[in-house]
Design a protein around this ligand. Structure first.
Ligand code: NAD
Length: 482
């Protein structure tokens, strides 16, 4: 006999339907070869053809004056600013992740603060034996693998730096963000053509796959691999036998001690954590707050768009945002549910049956250190807060939660000793003090921008010079003019 469903069962069914709808929505109407009826330039069916075209472009860039290269880059910047909103919209629609306003801001940052040819500086050494010149030369054709989280931002940022350094580039973008990535590839090529450069300056794939990435990784014309993504792909390129730059995963902890300006810390942390719905690898992922200021910190967060869930709700949410994956050896491990990555806090809360207003941008909860929200890189606006007794415990746990990625960490404090100690012990590529995480990539902080932060291979905040190889030219016994 039929029975009425309980409220919990109805919620479960609604949540499953919502999951299916949000999983089906992205990519549905996106074409990796054109936008609004205009065919993209530089998009190939076959990786070998893309590499051949990138080699032709490399020769053209090599033959170009530095001034000309800079003109092309200036036009890339102009088009990026003009079309930032379009790329932000396509990015959100295609991937289902992130926020249009923040993605627009990210493109503006790339246009304004990615270094160009000025980053390439020669060095000279003179002495009794004459003059030695060291120049930063291109590698040749760079094979670049890009993520779904900052797709067009990374394509444009990489293109500016790699072209400034005199290279050619072929991209194997993330399959879930291929239309957005190829829009950016086309933008770079339009900029080149407009300034009298090659029609195809950078290349990409119509349908990038692991196979096309493998061709790229073993192709003799590819002289440098630059990979921006999670641990799997960084491992793959570092095993390729070629020179590789790996920009991998992070899990940035934040420490808040009892000397911090708590009103500022709470707002900064929510601003950073929710930027593009937590997609940036540098974004705040877990907080370690001194016990004596934790309540005040949480109350500031609640006034700044946070919604607090209790431990039972956090346990239920963990089962939604993390799912089991069985590897080839039959081992089961938890991975993030792609349907939740980069989604609005409101959408994630709806999966718990909680309805909130659009002002809610972050889900916070108190957890212990071992909670999966602390341990996993969720890339969604969920922020666990762990109470700690003192700086020793805070640093110990924060360093462990960072998992040795040496990527990014944050701290809010006015105690210089505490700040210095954490920075020394966590050993991250980026360490942001008393600001939202995005200050670390030049957004409200000093320094240039990048969306390829190469911790594992050590190039750090990559720029044009990261994509060069040093060449030395020696003139013995001459050219010293003093
Ligand atoms: P992802 O690892 O799923 O994919 C990245 C790229 O690698 C994609 O183009 C994908 O197709 C490709 N790929 C995956 N496995 C591969 C393999 N075995 N061989 C060749 N190519 C492979 O990344 P994502 O989910 O789009 O991005 C999120 C991850 O990237 C997070 O871990 C984040 O921290 C990291 N990330 C790091 C940086 C940085 O600068 N360090 C920047 C952005 C993202």
């Amino acid at each position: 006999m039929a029975r009425n469903l309980t409220e919990a069962e109805i919620r479960e069914v609604v949540s499953q339907v919502l999951n299916q709808v949000s999983a089906a929505a992205p990519t549905a109407s996106f074409d990796s070869t054109q936008y609004a009826g205009k065919k993209f330039v530089g998009v190939f069916d076959d990786m070998n053809d893309a590499i051949a075209a990138a080699q032709v472009a490399y020769k053209a860039v090599r033959a170009m004056s530095v001034e000309k290269r800079e003109q092309l880059i200036t036009e890339i910047r102009r088009l990026t600013r003009a079309e930032a909103h379009i790329m932000a919209e396509i990015g959100v629609k295609e991937t289902g992740m992130g926020r249009v306003d923040h993605k627009t801001a990210k493109h503006m940052l790339v246009a304004d603060k990615t270094p160009g040819t000025e980053d390439i500086v020669s060095a000279a050494k003179t002495g009794d034996n004459g003059l030695t010149l060291v120049e930063m030369a291109p590698f040749g054709v760079v094979g670049a693998i890009t993520p779904s989280t900052n797709p067009s931002e990374t394509v444009i940022c990489n293109s500016i730096g790699m072209i400034a350094a005199g290279n050619g580039v072929v991209f194997n973008p993330h399959p879930n963000a291929i239309a957005t990535s190829n829009y950016a590839v086309d933008l770079v090529n339009r900029a080149s053509k407009a300034m009298g450069g090659p029609e195809i300056l950078v290349c990409s794939m119509k349908k990038p796959t692991l196979e096309s990435a493998a061709i790229m990784q073993s192709h003799p014309l590819i002289r440098l691999l630059v990979c921006t993504g999670g641990p799997g792909v960084v491992k793959a390129v570092l095993s390729s036998g070629k020179k590789a730059i790996g920009a991998g995963a992070g899990n940035p902890p934040v420490i808040v001690d009892d000397t911090a300006d708590i009103a500022k810390a709470g707002k900064d942390i929510i601003d950073g954590c929710t930027f593009d719905n937590n997609l940036p690898c540098i974004a705040e992922k877990e907080v370690f707050a001194f016990r004596n200021i934790a309540d005040e910190l949480i109350s500031v967060m609640l006034k700044n768009g946070a919604y607090m869930i209790d431990s039972a709700q956090a346990a239920k949410l963990a089962d939604i945002v993390l799912v089991d994956k069985t590897d080839k050896k039959g081992n089961v491990r938890k991975i993030v549910n792609r349907d939740c990555v980069g989604r609005d806090a409101k959408v994630i809360l709806s999966k718990l049956g909680i309805t909130v207003s659009d002002d809610i941008r972050c889900i916070i909860c108190e957890t212990d250190f071992n909670h999966p929200f602390v341990q996993e890189e969720l890339m969604m606006p969920i922020l666990p807060i762990v109470r700690v007794n003192d700086i020793d415990e805070a640093i110990d746990l924060a360093v462990k939660a960072e998992h040795g990625n040496r990527h990014t960490a944050h701290m809010h404090s006015k105690n210089v000793d505490n700040l210095s100690r954490f920075a020394r012990e966590v050993e991250t590529t980026i360490f942001v003090k008393n600001a939202p995480s995005y200050a670390g990539i030049g957004f409200g902080g000093e320094g240039h921008a990048t969306f390829t932060i190469a911790g594992p291979t050590g190039e750090g905040i990559t720029s044009a010079r990261s994509f060069t190889r040093q060449r030395r030219c020696v003139m013995a016994e001459s050219f010293r003019i003093i």
